[in-house]
Design a protein around this ligand. Structure first.
Ligand code: FE2
Ligand code: FE2
Length: 282
């Protein structure tokens, strides 16, 4: 399929594929935000943008830089130093860019599963917010005389998408309800690091990210429960089964129980999957 056309895509799935096949980060997020605005305007006006069908790429297009390394080869830097803080923001920028693609991918990949329009509203909204998160992280890096692409980044972040490419319940369990929920656990510590360094721009951006990520986890939980309810499946049992199947190594406490609760993730979903949970209660 030729993705080089500059025609405005007519369906939401085609918009998603256009974002996924755009390599440059800023160009990707610009398209993402434009399409999100078009979708929201159409929905507010009661107009219909068809969901349509399109074939998302196995891997989203990515810029030449950053180099993608296996996690054990990405150099560890101390967060107490300016270089360490740049590395931290660079890692967050990389996560956000992946998140943009993940949200557009869930829109385009599962169009064969009939879903209410609210499902698309939610992931368009999440993709729009991730695009802003990526742009904010780029702005912070540039204010610190760096940029996205200046450092190597983790390869393998698309692994979860590949593993769950034909399993919508699995995708919801792993991406928003495990990976994005993990973001809720670790972001307060990250904000502390930048507060201690008096890096106010980064603190402000990370606080926005922290606030908005709650809703992404909540969207995951909402649609996971919806699908389980539609198929008369026990959501907790299903979640445990899917996470054990797709996610190796167990979940890492401490958990941000308050924000997880805000996002509709009860403790009996995640505690039994923790890597430090007494074996007899598994
Ligand atoms: Fe984000
Ligand atoms: Fe997110």
């Amino acid at each position: 399929m030729d993705h080089s056309t500059t025609d405005t895509p007519k369906t939401l799935a085609a918009m998603a594929v256009d974002v996924l096949t755009t390599a440059d980060g800023r160009a990707k997020t610009a398209k993402s935000r434009t399409y999100a605005a078009q979708w929201k305007a159409a929905r507010a006006a009661g107009e219909i943008i068809e969901i349509g069908e399109a074939t998302p790429p196995d891997h989203p297009a990515r810029p030449d830089k950053p180099d993608l390394l296996s996690p054990r080869d990405v150099p560890k830097r101390k967060p107490g130093s300016p270089a360490g803080r740049i590395a931290l923001l660079h890692a967050v920028a990389h996560i956000e860019l992946n998140a943009v693609d993940l949200h557009w991918d869930i829109i385009a990949r599962f169009t064969d599963v009939p879903m209410p329009m609210g499902f698309y509203d939610d992931w368009v909204q999440a993709a729009d917010e991730e695009s802003n998160h990526f742009n904010m992280m780029c702005d912070c890096l540039e204010a610190m005389d760096s940029h996205y692409g200046a450092l190597p980044a983790h390869a393998g972040m698309w692994r979860a998408a590949i593993d769950t490419s034909d399993d919508l319940l699995g995708r919801l369990a792993i991406v928003p309800m495990v990976l994005e929920a993990r973001g809720l656990d670790v972001t307060p510590g990250m904000i502390k690091i930048f507060q201690n360094a008096k890096e106010t721009q980064a603190v402000g951006c990370l606080e926005t990210i922290y606030a908005e990520e709650v809703s992404h986890v909540a969207y995951g939980s909402k649609w996971f429960n919806f699908l389980c309810g539609r198929d008369n499946i026990d959501p907790k049992e299903e979640f445990h089964k899917l996470v054990r199947h797709y996610f190796k190594g167990g979940l890492k406490p401490p958990f941000n129980e308050e924000k997880r609760a805000d996002a509709g993730l009860p403790p009996d979903f995640y505690w039994p999957l923790a890597d430090q949970y007494p074996a007899h209660v598994r």
